[in-house]
Design a protein around this ligand. Structure first.
Ligand code: ADP
Length: 453
């Protein structure tokens, strides 16, 4: 199941609690009110009967009733009976079929087939021997029905309230979480652009709430990371500078020693080994210096209109010779369109090709094929360097552009420090182009770069 957003989850959660709470309150309210309504209806009935009894008078030995005895106040029907239970005067509600015995002063609840009733009787002494009864009747069913109508209206308005709550809740939660959205997109941008100097900066947010504090903490952390990163780069650059001279001296001294005729072959072999290692170090130092200059923005391009077809053929030819010198058997297949021109920096373009070709040869198979393609594709130049060598696994493929990353470090030697592709990427991007790699482990790798003409 797809994960619900925080916004939706908060809305649903409090809508659920609101609904439960409202429903419980309504239930409590209705059950209490229904009891209260019944009690007050009974009390009203008693009051009406008492009042009407008080207003009874005797004239010439006969009972006289007040004029509003007949007037049905508060839904109370009043009727006058003699002691034997004969109806004398007044009104009995339609449908009141039960005629219970008289029980003065006792509020009773009676049911007939259709309705429920409250009945209350009171007697009035006419003279020493005779008395009359006043009976008050009111319909409980009518009162309850009125009450149920109110309850139904309230229950029907509940879904409407729910919709309003959901919509309002969704809107306000969205507004509250807006800074989180801003933070996410700011951090995403920083990551995509690999720009550690970027900040979230929620100043416009106004209030200093928890989200603001979180963003502020995040910005502080970014500043710290940026400082550390800069320090680390500075350290790499300083070390490279410091090492450049001693390594050059070692190389020069090795060269001089190798000329010395008095040395034995064994000694010369050992010095040659030192020279090879030192030359690997010199290569790495030069790559590191290249990248630190690039980081500092001090690496400048001298673009000119170049015949890339010629340069590519030359670079391949050179790599062919070097591979042969190293005793590596590779077949080079060229598909280079003639007269492909572009505005590029010559030394950088050669460096780019050399790196890709060296890798294709080095990570290629014995008797493997290195295929180089160059063609014009609209306003872009497309170059492909492809081999059928060891390939790169899917997990490694995303990391190969990182500095010092080596997919197979056991195989890589001193001269393969994992800096080559970082340089390649920088060169292509500095020319306003893009580069990507496609590979299958054990089958081969293809690097495709595009630069504007
Ligand atoms: P390195 O100097 O170690 O070759 P790169 O930056 O040129 O460093 O390459 C990084 C890593 O990418 C290499 O260590 C290697 O594992 C992998 N790689 C580069 N090119 C190829 C290739 N053509 N075939 C297989 N793996 C390659």
């Amino acid at each position: 199941m797809k994960k619900l957003s925080v916004r939706l989850r908060i809305t649903l959660l409090y809508t659920f609690f609101m609904t439960v709470l409202t429903a419980a309150s309504l239930f409590l309210l209705f059950s209490l009110s229904s009891r209260e309504v019944l009690t007050s209806t009974g009390a009203e009935l008693e009051e009406e009967v008492h009042e009407s009894v008080e207003e009874l008078t005797i004239q010439n030995g006969e009972v006289r009733v007040d004029s509003d005895f007949y007037s049905l106040e508060k839904g109370v029907y009043l009727a006058l009976y003699d002691e034997q239970g004969y109806f004398l005067y007044g009104r009995v509600p339609y449908g009141f079929d039960v005629q219970p015995e008289f029980e003065a002063g006792n509020l009773r609840k009676l049911n007939d087939r259709q309705k429920k009733w409250f009945v209350y009787d009171q007697f009035f002494k006419v003279d020493g021997e005779n008395a009359v009864y006043v009976r008050g009747v009111t319909s409980i069913t009518d009162v309850e029905e009125k009450f149920y109508v109110t309850m139904r209206i309230a229950l029907l308005s509940l879904p409407l309230m729910l919709v309003v709550t959901v919509l309002a809740g969704f809107y306000f939660t969205g507004r509250t979480l807006l800074p989180v959205k801003q933070m996410t997109s700011a951090v995403k941008k920083i990551r995509e652009e690999e720009n550690l100097s970027g900040r979230i900066g929620l100043e416009g947010h106004g209030r200093k709430d928890e989200i603001y504090v979180l963003a502020e903490t995040f910005d502080e952390m970014l500043a710290q990371v940026e400082r550390l990163f800069r320090r680390e780069k500075q350290f790499t650059s300083d070390v490279s500078h410091e090492l450049r001279t001693p390594v050059s001296v070692i190389l020069a001294q090795c060269g001089a020693l190798l000329e010395d005729e008095t040395l034995t072959d064994r000694q010369k072999e050992q010095i040659d080994l030192i020279r090879k290692k030192a030359s690997g170090m010199a290569e790495m130092i030069s790559e590191l210096l290249f990248l630190s200059r690039a980081d500092e923005g001090r690496q400048t391009l001298h673009k000119e209109r170049l015949n890339l077809s010629e340069l590519t053929e030359m670079a391949v030819e050179e790599q062919k010779l070097l591979a042969e010198e190293k005793g590596l058997c590779r077949t080079f297949e060229l598909q280079i369109a003639p007269e492909v021109y572009a505005r590029a920096d010559e030394s950088y373009y050669i460096r780019l090709l050399v790196n890709l070709l060296e890798n294709a040869v080095y990570y290629g198979k014995e008797n493997g094929v290195v295929k180089v393609t160059l063609a014009k594709n609209g306003k872009k130049i497309e170059g492909i360097v492809e081999d059928n060598g060891i390939g790169i696994s899917e997990e490694d493929l995303v990391h190969i552009w990182e500095r010092f990353y080596r997919a197979d470090s056991a195989r890589s030697t001193d001269s393969h420090s994992g800096l080559g592709l970082s340089m390649v990427k920088w060169i292509v991007e500095a020319h306003g182009g893009t580069i990507r790699a496609e590979s299958r482990l054990g089958e081969g790798t293809r690097f495709i770069f595009e630069i504007p003409e």
